[in-house]
Design a protein around this ligand. Structure first.
Ligand code: ADP
Length: 490
C-alpha cells in the first residue's frame, strides 16, 4: 500500500470519532525524535506520514546553543536526534520561532514520539487537539527516578497497612531496602551498622545505563565518596550535590551458567485514571558476561547487567550477545523448577507491575493524549523471588541484533495497534498482538478457556497475563481485525 493511501477501516462517523479522539479519513501525521526502531516502525506503517523538520524547541536550542543561567543541562539516555527531513521539504532550522500554541495546531502532527526533555519544556504551554497522542506523561519521573519510585512505593505500602492491615503490606516487599542520599544519610548509617558485612549499591537517582554506580561494604568507602561529592560550597562552579540512592545489594541472584541476569519487561499505560495497563509477552533476560562472585565487588562486568555496560567487556561477543528471550527463560525455569513455581514467579512480577503503577496513580498528571511505555527491570534471587530494580520511561529501542530488532519492531507496531489511531478495533479487546490487557480499573482475568486447577483442587481464573508465553502476534492480529470489521459492519 502506498504511504499516502487511506487506511482501511478508518472511522467515517463523526460521533464515533469524537468519542475516541480518532482522526478522520486521512493519513496520520507523525513526529519522532529518535532514530532507531521506532522511526522504522512509524515510517513503515501504511497510511502514516512523517512531519518533516526538527521541532521548535530544538531549533531554539540550536540557535542559542547555551543553557539558561543556573539551569543544569539534563542528560538523556537517548538523546533526541535531529529528524531526517523528507526529500524536497526544506529543513526548518533558521526559521523564526513560532509561539508555542501555534506549534501544535491541527496542521502539524497527530502522533509524537517525543523525548522526555521536549515534553518537560513544552507540555505546560501546549494545546493538544482531541485526537493527538504523545509519548510520556508530564511527571513520569515520579516512577522512573530511583528515589521517587521508592518513596511512592513506601507511601502506598503504609496506606495499605493502615487501611487493610499489616499482612497486606507484605505484597509491597519487592524492592530492596533503599535510602535517598544525602537526605536520609543518618538513617542509612543506622541501618548499615545493624547489618555489618552486607553489600550495598550506590546509584545516581536520575542516571541510567549503569553510570555512576558502585558497590561497597565499608562505611569508609561512602565517607570518602561523601567528601568527594558533597563539599561543593567552596567551589562555586560545582552544582548542588547529585541525589543518589543507596540500596541493599541482592547478594544471592539466581544464576544461569554461573551468570547473573535481570529481566526487561515492557508495560504500556494508556490511562492513569482509570488505570489501564497492557503487558507485552516478549521481553528478555540480560546476562552479565562474567561469572558471578562476591569477591570482586568493584567489577561492573560481574554485577551490572546493563547491555551498555556488558558490551564493553573485553570478552563480549556481539554475535552471541548477552540476551535470552523471556520465553526461553520461562521454559528454562519451568524445566528446572516446575510450572507451579514458575507461575508464582510471574504472578509476583504482575504484582510488581501493578503496585508500581498504583503507587503513582494519584500523582501522575493524567491526560488522555498521553501514553507511556515503561521498561521494568526485575531481578530474580536464588529463591526465585522477583525484585524490582527500576522502571524506565525511555527503555532502549536500539536493537542489539536481528532477534532484538524483530522483538522491538513487533512490540512498537503492536503498541500502535493498541493506540489504534486508525480506529480499526472495537476498543474491547483483551489482547492486541503481543500486548495483553493486565489491568483495566481492576485486574483483568483471562478468558474462561483459561480456567486453571490449583494443586488443592480448587478452580481459579487466571490473570490475563502471558509474559514469556508464545507470541503468535501476526495470527492474532489477523483474527481480531477480521472480527472487529465484522462487528463494525453489523
Ligand atoms: P541504571 O538505571 O543505571 O541502569 P539500575 O538500577 O538499573 O541502574 O542498575 C543497573 C544494574 O545494576 C541492574 O541492571 C542490576 O544488574 C544491577 N543492580 C542494581 N541494583 C541492584 C541491587 N539492589 N541488587 C543487585 N543488583 C543490582
Amino acid at each position: 500500500m502506498s504511504k499516502n493511501t487511506r487506511v482501511p477501516g478508518y472511522m467515517q462517523s463523526k460521533a464515533a470519532r469524537n468519542t475516541r479522539g480518532i482522526i478522520g479519513d486521512r493519513e496520520i501525521r507523525f513526529k519522532c525524535s529518535l532514530q532507531n526502531t521506532i522511526l522504522d516502525v512509524l515510517r513503515g506503517r501504511p497510511g502514516w506520514q512523517e512531519v518533516p523538520g526538527p521541532n521548535i524547541q530544538q531549533q531554539n536550542s540550536q540557535q542559542n546553543n547555551k543553557p539558561a543561567a543556573g539551569i543544569k543541562p539534563t542528560v538523556s539516555s537517548q538523546p533526541a536526534g535531529p529528524q531526517q527531513p523528507s526529500a524536497g521539504v526544506p529543513n526548518r532550522i533558521g526559521y523564526q520561532p513560532v509561539p508555542p500554541i501555534q506549534r501544535n495546531s491541527d496542521g502539524d502532527w497527530d502522533f509524537y514520539w517525543c523525548d522526555r526533555e521536549w515534553l518537560h519544556q513544552n507540555y505546560d504551554t501546549m494545546f493538544l487537539h482531541e485526537h493527538q497522542k504523545i509519548l510520556h506523561f508530564r511527571n513520569h519521573y515520579e516512577l522512573t527516578r530511583k528515589n521517587l519510585m521508592v518513596k511512592n512505593l513506601k507511601r502506598l505500602k503504609k496506606q495499605t497497612e493502615r487501611e487493610q492491615g499489616k499482612s497486606e503490606g507484605l505484597s509491597f516487599d519487592f524492592h530492596p531496602t533503599t535510602y535517598e542520599l544525602p537526605s536520609e544519610y543518618h538513617i542509612f548509617v543506622e541501618e548499615f551498622k545493624r547489618n555489618p558485612g552486607i553489600t550495598w549499591i550506590m546509584k545516581p537517582a536520575a542516571k541510567s545505563q549503569g553510570k555512576g554506580i558502585f558497590l561497597f561494604r565499608r562505611l569508609k568507602d561512602i565517607t570518602d565518596w561523601k567528601k568527594g561529592e558533597y563539599q561543593p560550597l567552596t567551589d562555586t562552579t560545582r552544582e548542588v550535590p547529585e541525589t543518589y540512592v543507596v540500596q541493599r545489594y541482592i547478594e544471592n541472584p539466581y544464576l544461569i551458567g554461573g551468570r547473573k541476569f535481570d529481566i526487561r519487561i515492557y508495560v504500556l499505560v494508556v490511562s492513569y485514571n482509570p488505570l489501564k495497563v497492557w503487558l507485552y509477552r516478549d521481553g528478555f533476560a540480560r546476562f552479565s558476561n562474567t561469572r558471578f562472585s562476591l569477591d570482586s565487588i568493584e567489577d561492573a562486568y560481574v554485577h551490572l547487567t546493563n547491555v551498555s555496560v556488558q558490551k564493553n567487556a573485553p570478552d563480549y561477543d556481539p554475535e552471541k550477545g548477552c540476551k535470552w528471550s523471556t520465553m526461553r527463560l520461562r521454559q528454562y525455569l519451568t524445566a528446572k523448577h516446575g510450572s507451579e513455581a514458575v507461575k508464582k514467579v510471574f504472578k509476583g512480577i504482575d504484582n510488581i507491575i501493578t503496585k508500581g503503577l498504583q503507587s503513582v496513580q494519584k500523582i501522575i498528571i493524567n491526560d488522555k493524549h498521553c501514553f507511556e511505555m515503561y521498561g521494568y527491570d526485575i531481578l530474580l534471587d536464588s529463591d526465585l523471588k522477583p525484585w524490582l530494580i527500576e522502571i524506565n520511561a525511555s527503555p532502549s529501542l536500539t536493537a542489539s541484533g536481528k532477534e532484538d530488532y524483530e522483538l522491538k519492531f513487533g512490540l512498537l507496531n503492536d503498541l500502535l495497534n493498541v493506540l489504534d489511531l486508525e480506529n480499526r478495533l472495537t476498543g474491547k479487546e483483551k489482547r492486541i498482538g503481543g500486548w495483553d490487557l493486565l489491568w483495566d480499573d481492576g485486574p483483568v482475568l483471562a478468558d474462561d478457556g483459561n480456567m486453571e486447577c490449583t494443586t488443592n483442587g480448587t478452580s481459579v481464573t487466571t490473570a490475563n497475563s502471558f509474559l514469556g508465553c508464545h507470541n503468535d502476534r501476526k495470527r492474532q492480529l489477523r483474527e481480531i481485525y477480521t472480527s472487529a470489521q465484522a462487528i463494525k459492519k453489523t
